[in-house]
Design a protein around this ligand. Structure first.
Ligand code: SAM
Length: 244
């Protein structure tokens, strides 16, 4: 293994520790969930290793769950301060200001118990279909839009585009309904996790990858799809969409 790769692995393990540690004060479930999700879901590491969230960005995390992204971004600042940021990665998104919007009270309570509501994080318990979106440099929506109808997805995405600064990025992860097996597995796991987190299981509204891309292009966004289910049986794709 090269030195760069080894130091990157060590750095990621340190980041994982730092980002999940605050959840100890939110209970055992919250801590285990944080470690598992941040550790096994490739999207979190990719956001950092690909430099998709710039330093000091105003970030809107829609459907933020228990605030894992906010915790990860806060940990990036601590890594930089400790001189532990991997040299092979782009500049850390230190100094990010995160607003998380989440429908479920229980998740918002876990997020606040873990991260508080200091200047760099703010959690809003609300519905993305009606909650106002603040002006931002990056909007992150991971595995959320399929919970609302196609018309509602379009309305949310329009408001996201309007909230983004010119050049800002929408980082949207979706399942590709065209990849039948991977999509079916992700739906099954989604239902199981939703129940485990104490939520009622909502219906889902999927689209194929070309349909997602067409939807974003129709809103004037430039879109680049990146496969985002490495190491999992899912058919997830991260759509990196830029407002010109
Ligand atoms: C699969 S989880 C993903 C959580 C988080 N984005 C992550 O990747 O860790 C989907 C989240 O979206 C939230 N959600 C679903 N519908 C929503 C809505 N209409 N408004 C806000 N949040 C919603 C759910 O409560 C859940 O926490």
């Amino acid at each position: 293994m090269s030195l760069d790769l080894a130091s990157e692995r060590t750095a990621w393990a340190r980041l994982l520790d730092r980002a999940s540690e605050p959840y100890r004060s939110a209970g055992r479930f919250a801590w285990h969930f944080a470690r598992g999700k941040l550790g096994y879901d490739p999207v979190f590491r990719h956001l950092l290793a690909a430099g998709l969230i710039p330093p000091s960005a105003r970030v809107l995390d829609i459907g933020c769950g228990q605030g894992l992204l906010a915790s990860l971004l806060r940990a990036c600042g601590a890594m930089r301060a400790a001189g532990e940021w991997p040299q092979a990665w782009p500049a850390p998104p230190a100094g990010a200001q995160v607003t998380g919007i989440e429908l479920m009270t229980r998740d918002i309570e876990r997020a606040r118990a873990a991260l508080g509501e200091a200047g760099d994080v703010r959690f809003v318990c609300g519905d993305m279909r009606t909650e106002a979106f603040p002006a931002c440099d990056a909007v992150v929506i991971l595995d959320v839009l399929h919970y609302v109808t196609h018309e509602e997805q379009e309305a949310v995405l329009k408001r996201v585009r309007d909230a983004l600064a010119p050049g800002g990025l929408l980082l949207l992860r979706v399942g590709d309904a065209g990849a039948r097996r991977g999509f079916a597995i992700s739906q099954w796991v989604d239902r199981a996790v939703t129940r485990l987190r104490g939520h009622t299981v909502p219906p889902v509204y999927g689209r194929t990858l070309p349909e997602w891309i067409a939807q974003l292009r129709q809103l004037g966004l430039q879109v680049e799809p990146r496969p985002m289910s490495q190491g999992t049986p899912f058919a997830n794709v991260l759509l990196v969409a830029q407002r010109s």
